[in-house]
Design a protein around this ligand. Structure first.
Ligand SMILES: Cc1cc2nc3c(=O)[nH]c(=O)nc-3n(C[C@H](O)[C@H](O)[C@H](O)COP(=O)(O)O)c2cc1C
Length: 344
């Protein structure tokens, strides 16, 4: 089944991970027989075109292009004021002026202009996070022959995705690093660990299911496939690979990983995402109502982050990582892909 839908030799998808990887990681995984993914949500049109050309030159294998489908929020000056007041002591501590905060968010939802750029590359798979694009855009992606997959964090989301005509559903368990893909309701009630979610979604839908969240070893992969998954999507385990662009500070934090050291936080973007607990998360609480809507929270934080990182300090850095970070190794991404599939 996965061969037909993903076009790969192995049922392993390298999770798209915006901010920590580009074409090099995706190509290494595709060349090893898995499905490499290029996270496109934070790329400008020019950077996207360049990364696509590089990816095509580095691999003749299938690949996945990943996009976000959030609704861009209306500007909300009063929410922004409350947020900046909360962050003011940190700006003062770092000797920064809040006037240096740029306008506008850096993450754009998938649109026709982006489709214009990727159309010529006819990606084997296009994956979405936070739902799906509008029907005309979805039909356009499918018209290229690309398979469409999207993340579900509840049974209701999986059923909604099935009704919209996706080819497979990514069951994103609560263990997963990075942003939760929930989109039907803002609350995190009813979010489940992977094992429970995989069972519930395979029982409730007729589509193939991709297991994501805390999958880090060959045994995990085999267990997911035996539990009914068509394939797995693995993110965190690739973070220390030499082909990833994970920063030195992020790598250091992962190397010191302790089980239980991650939490869901909305401070870095406005939407809950799992990362290693930082000073910012400890002091403001990992989930804080003052964080403005996704993705606007990131604009002020990015200024703090850049200044602190220049001093070797990750207090304001999003250290995205799943609950199984202890399994991360500095290992070639192609080798990791083969290892993950070795117990099948
Ligand atoms: C650093 C990082 C960045 C991520 N960025 C994205 C992204 O851009 N798009 C996306 O669909 N998922 C993203 N995710 C979530 C993954 O798709 C996937 O759900 C998750 O990595 C699976 O759990 P694991 O990290 O425990 O393997 C990200 C995950 C991490 C760890």
């Amino acid at each position: 089944m996965y061969r037909e839908i993903l076009g790969t030799r192995l049922p392993i998808i390298q999770a798209p991970m915006a901010g920590v990887q580009g074409s090099a990681l995706a190509a290494a995984v595709s060349n090893a027989g898995g499905l490499g993914s290029l996270p496109c949500a934070m790329l400008s049109a020019q950077a996207l075109a360049e990364e696509l050309s590089k990816l095509r030159s580095l691999t003749s294998g299938p690949f996945n292009l990943n996009f976000f489908c959030h609704t861009s929020p209306q500007p909300d000056p009063s929410a922004e004021r409350v947020w900046r007041t909360l962050l003011a002591p940190y700006f003062e501590e770092l000797g920064l002026d809040q006037g240096s905060i740029p306008d506008g968010p850096e993450r754009r939802p998938f649109d026709h202009a982006t489709a214009d750029i990727i159309e010529a590359f006819k990606p084997a798979v296009v994956s979405f996070h936070f739902g799906l694009p509008q029907a005309d855009l979805l039909a356009r992606v499918k018209s290229w022959g690309s398979r469409v997959v999207s993340s579900a964090t509840t049974v209701a989301e999986a059923q909604w995705l099935q009704a919209q005509g996706v080819d497979a559903i990514i069951a994103q368990g609560l263990e997963a690093g990075g942003h939760r893909g929930h989109f039907l309701q803002p609350a995190l009630d009813g979010q489940m660990p992977l094992r429970d979610l995989l069972g519930a979604i395979t029982a409730a839908t007729d589509l193939p299911v991709i297991a994501a969240g805390g999958v880090a070893t060959a045994d995990d992969v085999r267990n997911c496939i035996e539990a009914g998954a068509m394939a797995v999507q693995v993110g965190t385990a690739y973070l220390l690979c030499p082909q990833a662009t994970t920063s030195a500070l992020h790598r250091s934090a992962i190397k010191l990983f302790q089980p239980g050291s991650t939490a869901l936080t909305n401070l870095y973007s406005g939407r809950p995402a799992r990362g290693i607990t930082t000073r910012l998360m400890r002091e403001l609480g990992p989930i804080n109502k003052a964080a403005p809507a996704f993705p606007t929270a990131s604009t002020a934080i990015t200024v703090l982050r850049a200044a602190a990182e220049a001093k070797g300090d990750s207090s304001f850095s999003p250290l995205w990582c799943g609950e199984r970070g202890e399994w991360c190794e500095d290992i070639d991404a192609g080798e990791l892909t083969r290892q993950l599939a070795s117990a099948l």
